[in-house]
Design a binder for this molecule. Structure first.
Ligand SMILES: [Zn+2]
Length: 276
């Protein structure tokens, strides 16, 4: 495995111009207790939450935010049993390779992918690392990378290190808020995990903030309620700051915060309803 580089030492991303459009992608599902998504929510009620990703398309080139599960882990029985042996948890990946298929249907070429960025390292977000070439870095926060490497029991922390430790994968580490390209900025929304980040995308007609799991549901944003699942001693308080930051952005004119796992959120629903 190559040693991760810092953003300061990395080449600029192969993106030109500005973000022109977003392509929402639904790449799987998972049943999640409401209390995991919403602090104070029910631990009895389960939601069938979409696992999502977004392609950010520039004048030239595109970037991928998150990437769902690696379908091989779900399709192969031995891998599935070894990977997802959690109480009350089942990953769902619809037929085909939803990420690869939807990217192709959007008319995007993997050769034009400049980078993939993950909001955080949970296994329902790291699956796109398998598709990256050596010149297509995976961007994550340095604090997340440290967490991945320091955690005692990776599986119980919902981390599949094998997704991130691949020959030829180049990892680039960000340190807090970072301008990635004109119109694309990573912002610190830690708490759900130690290095959780969200992405601010300035489109021609509006600004979209891809919240990741700092706001699984739109309800987190409108009610300003933090996520239910946090990591570490200061996780809950950081997650509370993160949701305040996202709610404040959402209140600005022309800004929309997109919750990563909300089954009712329009862009994800449109993807689901357009497919058979
Ligand atoms: Zn997630």
């Amino acid at each position: 495995m190559s040693v991760p580089r810092t953003w300061a030492d990395a080449e600029p991303l192969r993106l030109a111009g500005r973000p022109r459009r977003l392509v929402p992608l639904v790449v799987g599902y998972e049943a999640v207790a409401e209390s995991v998504s919403v602090h104070g929510g029910s631990s009895f009620r389960y939601l069938m939450e979409p696992v999502t990703a977004v392609a950010v398309v520039f004048d030239e080139g595109w970037a991928l935010i998150d990437g769902g599960f690696d379908p091989a882990r779900v399709r192969d029985r031995d891998q599935r049993v070894a990977s997802f042996d959690y109480e009350n948890y089942a990953p769902i990946v619809p037929a085909g390779d939803p990420l690869v298929d939807q990217v192709a249907e959007a008319g995007l070429d993997w050769a034009d992918l400049a980078a993939a960025a993950i909001t955080h390292a949970h296994f329902d977000h790291t699956g796109a690392a398998r598709l990256l070439g050596p010149s297509q870095p995976l961007l994550m926060q340095a604090r997340e990378w440290r967490h991945v490497n320091e955690v005692d029991d990776a599986r119980m922390a919902f981390l599949f290190i094998d997704d991130l430790v691949r020959p030829g994968l180049s990892i680039v580490l960000l340190d807090g808020d970072t301008d990635l390209a004109p119109g694309l900025r990573a912002i610190d929304t830690s708490g759900h995990t130690p290095g959780h980040q969200s992405f601010v995308v300035e489109l021609p007609d509006r600004t979209v903030v891809l919240a990741g799991d700092a706001a699984d549901l739109h309800r987190n944003v409108v009610e300003c309620v933090r996520c239910g699942s946090t990591v570490g001693e200061h996780g809950a308080e950081r997650a509370a700051s993160a949701i305040r930051r996202l709610a404040e952005l959402d209140a600005r004119p022309g800004v929309e915060v997109w919750p990563a796992h909300d089954p009712e959120w329009g862009p994800w629903r449109e993807v689901v309803e357009s497919r058979r």
